[in-house]
Design a protein around this ligand. Sequence first.
Ligand code: FAD
Length: 423
Amino acid sequence: MSDHDQSLWLKTCREHAETCPLTDETSVDLAVIGGGYTGCSAALTAARAGASVCLLEAHEIGHGGSGRNVGLANAGLWLPPDEIRAHLGEEAGDRLISLLAGAPADVFDLIERHGIDCEPVRNGTLHCAHSGSGLRAMQARHTQLMASGAPVELLSAVQTTYRTGSARFHGALFDPRAGTIQPLGYVRGLARAAAEAGARIVSQCPVETMQHEDGIWMLNTPQGRVRAKSVIQATNAYHQGLHASTPDYVPVYYFQFSTAPLSENLRASILPGGEGCWDTGLIMTSFRMDAEGRLVIGAMGDLGQAGRLIHTAWIRRKLSELFPQLADQPLIEGWHGRIAMTSDHLPKITQIGLNAYSVHGYSGRGIGPGTVFGRMVAESLLNEDPSLLPVPAVSDYHENWTGLRRAYFETGAALTHFIKARF
Ligand SMILES: Cc1cc2nc3c(=O)[nH]c(=O)nc-3n(C[C@H](O)[C@H](O)[C@H](O)COP(=O)(O)OP(=O)(O)OC[C@H]3O[C@@H](n4cnc5c(N)ncnc54)[C@H](O)[C@@H]3O)c2cc1C
């Protein structure tokens, strides 16, 4: 049994994405590699525009980050607006900020339009200050977001206690644009909607190699081949095969555990407004409720490594620190996923050939951005207009010391959790 098989999202997902087999050779306008938010959003956009599309997924739809994440549909990226502008320049920065400010609305609109069964709750998110320095960072972020026109609100410690049900925070930044979803339900629903619009969705079909010859891409899989005018590679942190176009990023692991459905009394004492939360800790923690009243709590760390024992002991302690009333609650499901982190925390679009882009590096913010990037990259390719891309494409993207930096993050998380777990 893999770590993904023990995910709450697999257990409670009510959406189903019908897939079809790939046999012999097929020709399409657009081939999409990867069945996560980016790939499914691209396939849905292209199919709705009347293009012929084939999406190839190596495992099941939602096998990657899209089926494993926390489900916080946030507005924007990790970076506050000023840092986005500093990296991209004023014009490109402002454009990206504005596109991603509308990303949660795009997600919730798609859910409504296609009747996606994914527990959407549009009650905002709380970015909780875990310390005095965390509160100061929140105040600075609040000022920048307000200047960019975002309707965010800075909450006092007392208000945060009331909203979260935990007395551990120094304050919080409330963003009413955001919300929570059942992440696997959302990606399966996007794939279903794409299939209904005419896209061919193929699972258990890894693309092993691809070549560009005489103006046409040829994608080779164990089942058959796809000829395509354009290609989107949307494999992010779960890329496999296709060595010539492997995306470069630092892999960072994040794990989650869920309780059983809580009693009505307990439920009423935690997140009564239904917001999704994460904190300002360097080794951050997140928590949210699901539709049946389970608390889902997570933090940075790899459950597949020797650190499993440490991370599990720490999360139990953290749960009882945040919510003493849950100290005896057993943790039922536990799973983890891999995040594709870039040095500047900005997603990358790489041109991997003529009419072919690879998209990766959402750095832990892929629900809204993946939906938007998938849509816009598809529109750009179908209209042969690079100005429609959400950020300019680069011809190559390289990260230094990825192995070392991965070890740094995992060791840092394990050490922090070891010290705080107090075995
Ligand atoms: C634990 C965790 C928590 C997170 N929490 C949040 C959150 O709360 N909010 C948020 O906005 N973001 C969050 N993220 C980030 C978000 O989940 C990702 O950025 C997003 O899912 C990326 O989507 P994607 O479609 O680009 O890639 P993925 O969903 O990873 O999909 C890539 C797919 O490509 C397939 N693939 C790979 N190689 C091939 C091949 N050769 N042929 C065919 N298919 C292939 C893989 O099997 C995979 O299914 C989190 C991520 C993790 C891991």
